[in-house]
Ligand binder design. Structure first.
Ligand code: C5P
Length: 205
């Protein structure tokens, strides 16, 4: 049983993927963390995220790094979106994700290319989306809760820039798989979105 959850930043895909994993008793991998881990190493080493060869050398990291709270910052997220556009970086992280997806008993993975590239044969595919304005509002509130003061307009501009980069790259761009069920969370509470996700998943099983 493989469940693929894709969608743009702050769409709610992470929350939904975790809830599905809990509901169906499956292990979960937030694949964005892999790209964030590479980005954090690039930043820590003072490397240029645009230099593919330098970035590729950062792809072999210890599992423990994925638990670091430092990976959650917007700066790391933005850098992750730059490093993730390099084909060799995506290739370096591919097997790790496929192994996780194909483990016995199944798994839930969330990201941008799970239903299209990592697990095209997934049993369940969801594409989670919400309007850029609503995603920016969620992200803005989350940052403020963490004591980070930044304007809403700045957050919205960042979200748009990230969407743009993630959907325009030539290698595994963010796009809805033809056989994915779409879940628009724009006007749903977290509880309602999770309930809908469980129903859509069960319908595909
Ligand atoms: O989902 P999250 O915001 O943590 O992802 C950070 C960045 O990693 C994304 O903007 C995207 O560029 C990249 N990513 C990707 N493929 C995935 C997951 C994340 O390219 N499967």
């Amino acid at each position: 049983m493989i469940i693929a959850v894709d969608g743009p930043a702050a769409s709610g895909k992470g929350t939904i993927a975790r809830a599905l994993a809990k509901h169906f008793g499956l292990p979960h991998l937030d694949t964005g963390l892999l790209y964030r881990a590479v980005a954090a190493r690039v930043l820590a080493e003072g490397l240029d995220p645009a230099r593919e060869a330098d970035v590729v050398a950062m792809c072999d990291f210890d599992e423990g790094l994925l638990a670091s709270p430092d990976l959650r910052t917007d700066h790391v997220g933005k850098t992750a979106s730059i490093v993730s556009a390099h084909p060799l970086v995506r290739a370096a992280l591919l097997q790790r994700q496929r192994r996780f997806a194909q483990q016995e008993g199944g798994a839930v993975l969330d990201g941008r290319d799970i239903g299209t590239v990592i697990a095209p044969d997934a049993d369940v595919k969801l594409f989670v989306k919400a309007t850029p304005a609503i995603r920016a509002r969620r992200r803005h509130e989350e940052l403020r809760r963490h004591g980070i003061e930044v304007s809403y307009d700045r957050v919205l501009a960042d979200i748009r820039a990230r969407d743009d980069r993630d959907s325009r790259r030539s290698e595994a761009p963010l796009r809805q798989a033809a056989d994915a069920a779409v879940l628009d969370t724009s006007f749903l509470s977290i509880e309602a979105a999770v309930q809908r996700a469980v129903a859509l998943a069960e319908a595909q099983m």
